[in-house]
Design a protein around this ligand. Structure first.
Ligand code: ATP
Length: 233
């Protein structure tokens, strides 16, 4: 279980998130939707301990509040960051193995990641800088999975990818959805894609959570109004 309560995040004097409450149950995937600057990345960073935040974050009964990022990773938070952020000169295998440094036990291993993304097995010894954007995205997701996270955070995994490649990446993620207790928060600009890949959604507007719902049968017009800040009454 993930329980986020009264979460605020700050960059100096600027407040990026206001009083966010989100809870997730085992195996759930939440799509975090919102326009540029709505606060989606700030929320993921707050969970990881990468910005200044106040409020409660409890993962499977353990409070993450105040913990350093590496302790949150050890507690089960795995992040695939926006922009992929890999070690360009290291091989694909070496990049993936970095994820396993948390020492957490679970179903994810190099073999499992390369069976999810077979191209990474083929290119295991290649420097990651030589991979295409889509393949690099697979490395970033695979590295997060290698930490055997209880909570997987995926920031804009389809950004900059050709639609067919984005669909391939999202399809791979959908294939593992619900097969374990791992929870996922998915940040995605493409609302239709985000809804398809999730079972719940939350829409942020200027740092506030303005709409929540279940993805199945979601009212896309209501989401669009919330996304653009139009009156949702
Ligand atoms: P995008 O889709 O553009 O990544 P987002 O919804 O992820 O948008 P955030 O990146 O979380 O939004 O940004 C939320 C607000 O916080 C924005 O107003 C942004 O300018 C501000 N912000 C984000 N990072 C910083 C930072 N390091 N320093 C100052 N302000 C920041």
């Amino acid at each position: 279980m993930l329980e986020i309560t009264g979460l605020n995040a700050f960059y100096g004097d600027f407040q990026a998130l206001f009083d966010i409450d989100i809870s997730l149950g085992a195996g759930e995937t939440l799509a975090l939707i919102g326009a540029n600057g709505a606060g989606k990345t700030s929320l993921l960073q707050a969970v990881c301990g990468l910005n200044h935040a106040t409020g409660g974050i409890v993962l499977n009964g353990a409070s993450l509040t105040g913990l350093a990022p590496q302790l949150r990773a050890a507690a089960g938070v795995g992040l695939s960051p926006e922009g992929r952020r890999m070690f360009a000169s290291l091989s694909v295998r070496e990049n993936l193995e970095i994820g396993a440094n948390t020492g957490r036990k679970g179903p994810w291993s190099l073999a499992r990641v390369t069976s999810l993304f077979p191209i990474l097995g083929e290119f295991a010894d290649r420097p990651s800088r030589l991979l295409s954007g889509g393949q690099q995205q697979m490395v970033a997701i695979g590295r997060a999975l290698m930490s055997n996270p209880a909570l997987l955070l995926l920031d804009e995994v389809s950004l900059g990818l050709a639609p067919v490649v984005a669909d391939e990446v999202m399809g791979a993620l959908s294939s593992i959805r619900g097969e374990s207790e791992m929870m996922t928060i998915l940040v995605e600009q493409d609302v239709a894609r985000a809804i398809k890949a999730s079972n719940r959604f939350a829409c942020l507007l200027e740092g506030r959570n303005v709409l929540n719902g279940t993805s199945k049968g979601a009212d896309l017009d209501a989401i669009s109004r919330a996304y653009f800040g139009e009156d949702t009454a």
